[in-house]
Design a protein around this ligand. Structure first.
Ligand code: GAL
Length: 339
């Protein structure tokens, strides 16, 4: 009796591993379900284009077809939960989720765990308790403190070299306004805190005039800046923005008011952000390497789908997190701007 059972177990084990290897050998295509928190977000859109490029590159290199099913959650967690469920029912091998509400990834994780479909989250970091629930959950993003310190340095270095280029009215104080992203986003709080701290550490004599939440959006930032320009005429010298889109909104308001020469700093290095930088409207930005960022998401997802080890070129912290590199980009015009 025992012998028979052991034999049967042995046979099952052989069957299972054979099935596994057969399945892996046969995999000539992988299906990746991607849900974006909002597809009209400029930075997310830039990442999406890079993801599509990386998928093509992967197909050429590995000879494996990569099917990307990209959906827009339009700012609704409920919609995103349904999209994740649908991806699983369609047989996606892996999910890439840009969470709407980073505090509410629980349902997606539950479904993915039940179906044994790994998840690569990106850009909006789920809470640690959620990420710790399963070893097939990953996160790709940038280190928010590093971003902020780099942004602060853009202004601090210019002030150190040429104080009159930052303290425009020469009164010994740099009066600034602050544009913040969504209040629930991990990046907003950390960016705000560390950009300002870096200015202080860099001995820039700053004074806050006003600040407000514009939810990463150009139009909201433009409206806020317009109000501030009216409320504090001839006062503001510097705009510190949590991202490029809001910086561009502030620039729109400055253009409407006919004001030139004010320093504006952003984050993201988006396509329109870099354009403004070239035109000398934006002093500087902090740019995540989007090719590497998207490459990490795609390669990590593909390795999950194929049951391979995570790619070595994208080393993971704690086996879970990949932090994309970032750099300062400052326009020459902006840097040497005369006031
Ligand atoms: C931030 C980025 C913002 C916005 C946001 C969306 O990292 O700087 O521009 O895209 O992510 O989650």
């Amino acid at each position: 009796m025992w012998r028979k059972m052991l034999l049967m177990l042995g046979a099952c084990a052989v069957l299972t591993s054979c099935q596994g290897s057969q399945k892996e050998e046969q995999k000539t295509s992988i299906r990746i379900g991607i849900s974006l928190y909002r597809s009209d977000d400029t930075f997310i859109n830039n990442i999406r284009s890079q993801l599509e490029e990386k998928a093509k590159e992967y197909e050429r290199r590995r000879g494996i077809k990569v099917i990307l099913d990209i959906q827009d959650a339009k700012g609704s967690q409920n919609t995103q939960n349904n999209q994740a469920e649908r991806f699983i029912s369609l047989g996606c091998d892996v999910l890439c989720i840009n969470p709407v509400d980073r505090m509410d990834a629980t349902l997606i994780i539950d479904k993915a765990m039940t179906a044994q479909v790994p998840v690569v989250f990106f850009n909006r970091q789920p809470v640690e308790e959620d990420m710790d629930r399963w070893d097939q959950l990953y996160y790709v993003g940038v280190d928010a403190k590093e971003t902020a310190v780099l942004q602060g340095r853009i202004v601090a270095e210019l002030y150190g070299r040429q104080p009159e280029a930052v303290d425009l009215n020469g009164d010994g104080v740099v009066s600034y306004v602050l544009l913040e992203g969504e209040s629930s986003h991990q990046d907003s709080l950390i960016r705000t805190e560390w950009s300002i701290q870096t200015l202080k550490d860099g001995k820039v004599p700053i004074e806050k005039i006003a600040g407000g939440i514009a939810n990463w959006e150009r139009s909201q930032a433009s409206a806020l800046m317009e109000q501030w320009l009216l409320a504090y005429p001839d006062t503001i010298e510097l705009v510190v923005s949590n991202n490029d889109d809001m910086a561009l909104g502030a620039i729109d308001a400055l253009n409407r008011a006919g004001i030139e020469g004010m320093n504006v700093v952003g984050i993201d290095g988006t396509t329109p952000g870099l354009e403004a930088l070239k035109n000398g409207k934006l002093l500087g930005t902090v740019c995540a390497d989007k090719e590497i960022y998207a490459g990490a998401i795609l390669e990590l997802a593909a390795s999950c789908a194929l049951g391979e080890e995570p790619p070595e070129e994208y080393p993971l912290t704690d086996g879970t997190y990949y932090w994309a590199p970032q750099e300062i980009i400052v326009s020459e015009e902006g840097f040497l701007k005369e006031n």
